[in-house]
Write a protein that binds this ligand. Structure first.
Ligand code: SF4
Length: 289
């Protein structure tokens, strides 16, 4: 683990609040991620992270957050978990995410936590407080099979543990759901997997499930992913090369059919395929509630 200094911590999201996750600001407290998902986009060259497995903690992140949050002219949802997981194992010791939530709570900002780790349950007290403004916790879950999950997301909590965490959060009245993405061609793109995940989400008390039947691949991210395909799924890399060459957007074969199945099953289960999002407001408007 290495400590680094950041220049800023809250990045404004284009077209905020964005339609998928309702984010106005993005906050990355770490660089690199211990979950080591084989498909992770954060390995792409544009992010300039030389060694993605080397965890870097932004040592001045909390000071920056306190300064920047006070200056925001609009209260909008702060998202965390897009380029690294805020609850990766290191967080247990470092507690940067927890301290950031304390600041977010102090200034009554809304938050959307995206994670694959049940360590988020440690902060259920704070999240419940923030929920008086707005809080959502989304678990990215890609496979109903714990064994497959261990291969494609080796450092994250097992799928079964993530669903248990959804249950605990949901029972505590916290707005929680599933991000069913990415769907990897020839690996987790089966009707059985999609159907099972929707059933598990329903059972756990998820309020929404946002699905996307594909993935993205580029440069260093693709190289790493292909090396893992060779290691764990011999013969599949060749299928990707033949079908997708160097494409960035990778839609699974029969993606339309799978998307239709996803929507039909969610409807049947009474699960929304969209989140309720927090609309940006001026700080003084919050006092009215
Ligand atoms: S949890 Fe997210 S950021 Fe971390 S390795 Fe997996 S995909 Fe990448």
């Amino acid at each position: 683990m290495k400590f680094i200094r950041a220049k800023t911590i809250l990045a404004k999201v284009k077209n905020a609040p964005d339609s998928w996750f309702g984010l106005s600001y993005n906050m990355n407290l770490y660089r690199g991620c211990q979950h080591q998902c084989i498909y992770c986009d954060s390995r792409s060259e544009c992010y300039q992270i030389e060694d993605f497995s080397q965890i870097q903690v932004k040592e001045n992140a909390l000071d920056l957050l306190e300064i920047e949050i006070k200056k925001k002219k609009l209260k909008g949802t702060i998202g965390t978990g897009s380029m690294n997981d805020p609850y990766m194992p290191t967080e247990k010791k470092v507690r940067t995410t927890r301290k950031a939530l304390e600041i977010i709570n102090k200034y009554n900002f809304p938050v959307h936590i995206l994670t694959k780790n049940s360590l988020v349950l440690r902060d259920i007290d704070l999240i419940s407080e923030i929920a008086k403004t707005y809080a959502a916790v989304s678990f990215t879950i890609t496979t109903a099979n714990d064994k497959l999950g261990k291969i494609i997301e080796p450092g994250a909590s097992l799928t079964s543990e993530r669903f248990q965490a959804i249950k605990v959060l949901s029972d505590a009245g916290i707005y929680t759901g599933v991000l069913l993405m990415p769907i990897l061609p020839f690996i987790n793109d089966t009707k059985e997997n999609i159907t099972a995940l929707i059933e598990m989400a329903k059972k756990a008390g998820a309020k929404y499930i946002i699905g996307w039947m594909g993935m993205t691949l580029r440069d260093k991210q693709r190289d790493y992913y292909y090396s893992k395909l060779d290691q764990h799924f011999p013969g599949i890399k060749e299928k990707y090369i033949a079908r997708y060459t160097n494409q960035y957007n990778i839609a699974v074969p029969d993606g339309y059919k799978l998307q239709a199945l996803f929507e039909a099953k969610c409807k049947e289960a009474g699960l929304s395929t969209k989140m309720d999002i927090f609309k940006e407001i001026k700080p003084e408007q919050l006092n009215l509630f």
